[in-house]
Ligand binder design. Structure first.
Ligand SMILES: [Zn+2]
Length: 312
């Protein structure tokens, strides 16, 4: 009954829906209407499909089978989002140990975890490589979808929308957290969003400000660690009316500056590096470092009083 060339089917998959991995009982012709074949970027084809996936309708100008797949996944997502949410709301252990019955689980009953697993597998399933008469079908985009918590979504947005809906999260908090933290920290963003479901705008702003602050602090720690280089154990040294700060001593050591003449030569570089402290503070730091290097010229002083002598 197929209209076009059947895709090559590896032996292990001979009864499998290419879209979702369930048993295939029907076929999917692409395009469904042969009149639309000119929209395609590759040859038309017929694929094995389950009855649900075979029934999905796609726009007549759909250009590739992978766009069809995205569309089919979206349809499954819309239909089985509630099943997928079971795994996001509970762990298997919680379900087994709980006394939840059908009504408390939204009618899913004891098979709830099973339904979650099936939905997850079908939505994440990614067919096999497409070949027609042993010739690969070209055009699959490398970066397909977004994976989170073992489920492959067609995009980051689909994933976020699903999480907001299934976990009844604040609609704006999670997307804004992702903007700040990046998709690779969705796990962390989700924890924050789950703890703050019912919030007013003022609270949302406060949470976001706090997360931004965390990131700034982290960057500051990383910047300091980088500035310290291998000289993390340096101590500040008081000399006369000045102080050689930890950061200025680290700067000198990291630049191979170990005596007063070398420091004087690199004065401009020092002022460039510490300009962010502001003029007077920058000068005080340089002055302290100068006094320290001057004091170090006295070998006895350095031996008896310099806590950093091991680094010189
Ligand atoms: Zn299917």
């Amino acid at each position: 009954m197929s209209q076009y060339t059947f895709i090559d089917i590896p032996f292990n998959y001979r009864h499998t829906c290419w879209f979702c991995g369930e048993p295939a009982s029907r076929v999917f012709d692409f395009p469904k209407n042969p009149k639309h074949v000119h929209y395609l970027q590759h040859d038309p084809m017929t694929l094995p499909a389950c009855s649900e996936c075979a029934a999905v309708n796609v726009a007549s100008d759909t250009a590739t089978i992978w766009a069809v797949r995205d569309h089919v996944k979206q349809a499954l997502m819309n239909k089985y989002g509630d099943h997928l949410a079971i795994g996001q709301n509970w762990t298997q252990q919680e379900l087994e140990q709980s006394e939840f019955s059908g009504a408390l689980l939204g009618g899913f009953g004891e098979s709830a975890w099973q339904m979650y697993l099936i939905a997850k597998q079908r939505i994440s399933y990614q067919g096999w490589s497409l070949m027609l008469d042993s010739i690969p079908v070209e055009g699959e985009s490398e970066a397909y979808g977004f994976e989170f918590d073992g489920v492959r979504y067609i995009s980051l947005n689909t994933c976020i929308d699903h999480l907001i809906k299934s976990l009844r999260l604040d609609k704006e908090l999670l997307p804004e957290l992702i903007d700040i933290l990046g998709p690779e920290r969705l796990d962390y963003a989700l924890k924050i969003a789950k703890l703050n479901k019912a919030i007013i705008p003022y609270q949302r702003d406060r949470i976001l400000a706090e997360v931004r602050q965390q990131i700034d602090d982290q960057q500051e720690i990383e910047r300091q660690a980088q500035a310290a280089g291998e000289f993390t154990d340096i101590e500040a040294v008081e000399v006369g009316d000045g102080v050689a700060t930890v950061e200025s001593i680290q700067w000198a050591l990291n630049h191979g500056i170990v005596d007063l003449p070398a420091l004087c030569e690199q004065e401009d570089a020092f002022f460039d590096e510490f300009a962010h402290l502001g003029g007077p503070q920058c000068y005080m730091n340089y002055y302290g470092l100068q006094l320290y290097f001057e004091a170090r010229q006295d070998v006895t002083w350095a031996e008896d009083n310099d806590p950093n002598k091991a680094f010189f």
